[in-house]
Design a protein around this ligand. Structure first.
Ligand SMILES: Cc1cc2nc3c(=O)[nH]c(=O)nc-3n(C[C@H](O)[C@H](O)[C@H](O)COP(=O)(O)OP(=O)(O)OC[C@H]3O[C@@H](n4cnc5c(N)ncnc54)[C@H](O)[C@@H]3O)c2cc1C
Length: 304
């Protein structure tokens, strides 16, 4: 049997959960459908979220679910949404588990996902001593010997950013790069060592990186790695519904999460390239407000 809800939320990370909290408090009904594969599941701690600095992602979710108990109009379903059809006022979500939900508004809080890591040994250290964002994990590695795996124009920006946490940076380009002499000179001036031999493997013990071995035999000892994994949209469902999506896979949305499809919203990593839990939660909150405002305006019109 199909269930009717005001809002169907696909994705139950910080973005989807914060939207659900706002909607529950605004006395709207919503279903949060989550298959439980958040991008930060590889890591033990989430940093930089005020009052929750250093919390384990699972504990963050446990507290969120506990607090959501106060709002009975919000339902949680462990399942994967496989299809979304319909238009504003009457969307239909189907799931892998065979359920379907009808809702007036939709929120895509589907996050992003890492494509398979293509460096031998990187998966062993990802989330333990190899990270993606110094704002999230730089503090724990401050003043340590760090490797930055990066190529192309982004390298200078990444090195400049990481220099806020350590002045011992080695860039590995994992193959030849096309930097100008000026760019190489700038890195040298800032005492950033560069190796452009391809990476053979990363050696580690219990998740802690010890050294990176290059194909030319060089061993680069280090205590941590920062890199930018290749990303894909957490789900193709926004695209399948017709939402405009950038080349990076981000759903184009306004400040309140409104996408190019009427009645469909997006929040969190799915709708920004600023990948931080607190940002995702705040975008979820804004989308909750945006959706509620639209629902209230429609009800107000109907009742006039
Ligand atoms: C290694 C690592 C460390 C990080 N550390 C930090 C940190 O210290 N501090 C910080 O602020 N941020 C950190 N981040 C970033 C942070 O994890 C993300 O910004 C945040 O989780 C994004 O929240 P979200 O709700 O948008 O997406 P997610 O948390 O990724 O949640 C999306 C959810 O949607 C689900 N989903 C997707 N498609 C479907 C579907 N079709 N049906 C059902 N469910 C679906 C997914 O399974 C997932 O559970 C880190 C990220 C990584 C990779």
């Amino acid at each position: 049997m199909e269930q009717w809800m005001d809002v169907g939320i696909i994705g139950g990370g910080p973005a989807g959960l914060n939207a659900a909290l706002v909607l529950g408090r605004a006395r709207k009904s919503a279903v949060v459908i989550d298959e439980g594969r958040p991008r930060n599941r590889v890591t033990g701690e989430t940093h930089g979220f005020l009052t929750r600095d250093g919390i384990a992602p699972g504990e963050f979710r446990r507290i969120a679910m506990e607090q959501m108990q106060a709002y009975p109009s919000i339902a949680f379903v462990s399942d994967a949404a496989t299809a979304v059809t319909g238009t504003d006022g009457d969307f239909r979500i189907e799931t892998a588990g065979g359920s379907s939900y009808r809702c007036k508004k939709l929120l895509f809080a589907v996050g992003m996902r890492d494509l398979p890591l293509d460096i031998d040994g990187l998966a062993d250290v990802y989330g333990r001593s190899a990270f993606v964002c110094p704002y999230c994990d730089g503090w724990e590695l401050r003043d340590r010997k760090l490797v930055l795996i990066v190529k192309g124009a982004r390298a200078l920006h990444s090195a400049k950013t990481l220099s806020g946490w350590t002045n011992d940076i080695t860039i590995l380009t994992d193959g030849p790069d096309e930097w100008t002499d000026g760019q190489r000179e700038e890195l040298k001036r800032h005492r950033v060592t560069v190796f452009d031999s391809p990476i053979r493997r990363i050696e580690s013990a219990d998740g802690m990186v010890e050294r990176v071995i290059l194909r030319d035999g060089t061993a680069v000892p280090c205590a941590g790695i920062f890199f930018a994994p290749k990303l894909a949209a957490g789900s193709e469902l926004p695209k399948s519904l017709g939402c405009r999506v950038t080349e990076a896979g981000t759903v184009v949305a306004d400040a309140f999460g409104k996408t190019s499809v009427p009645g469909a919203y997006a929040a969190g990593d799915a709708a920004t390239e600023l990948y931080q839990a607190v940002v995702a939660a705040s975008l979820g909150s804004l989308a909750g407000v945006g959706i509620n405002t639209e629902l209230l305006a429609e009800a107000w019109e109907r009742e006039a």
